[in-house]
Ligand binder design. Structure first.
Ligand code: MN
Length: 129
């Protein structure tokens, strides 16, 4: 079984880069170009991890994250924000919207898969005490 990763990203160049890196590492990638598509895909695919571009047309990444968190079918899914706004404070905003972590764009192709693997490992550790 390979991990299913839902990538919600409106920029085709970024989508292609992320998809190539993840597929080369053996992940199954499910693309969504809008937040609205991402919400539908999250419910039907039930991915192991969601990569969420924060800057999306229409429903933006923060609003999409909040919508995922408020739906019992998707509220537990790990979400990693992808943000080009490498500004102080963005991490807090992403985390307070419900993201589990964030990666800045441009993506560091040398460390990207390692970081995704670390998030997957964290997300799949038993949460019960
Ligand atoms: Mn974008």
């Amino acid at each position: 079984m390979s991990y299913r990763i839902l990538v919600i990203e409106d920029n085709p160049v970024n989508m292609e880069l992320v998809t190539d890196l993840l597929e080369a590492a053996g992940f199954s990638v499910y693309p969504a170009a809008t937040g609205e598509q991402g919400l539908c895909a999250a419910e039907s695919i039930v991915p192991h991890l969601i990569l969420m571009d924060l800057s999306l047309p229409g429903l933006d990444g923060l609003a999409t994250t909040r919508a995922l968190r408020s739906n019992p079918a998707t509220s537990h899914l790990p979400i990693i924000a992808l943000t080009a706004h490498a500004m102080k404070g963005d991490e807090e905003i992403a985390l307070s919207a419900g993201c589990n972590g964030y990666l800045t764009k441009p993506i560091d192709t040398r460390t990207f898969v390692t970081r995704i693997n670390a998030y997957l490992t964290d997300a799949n550790e038993p949460q019960f005490s």
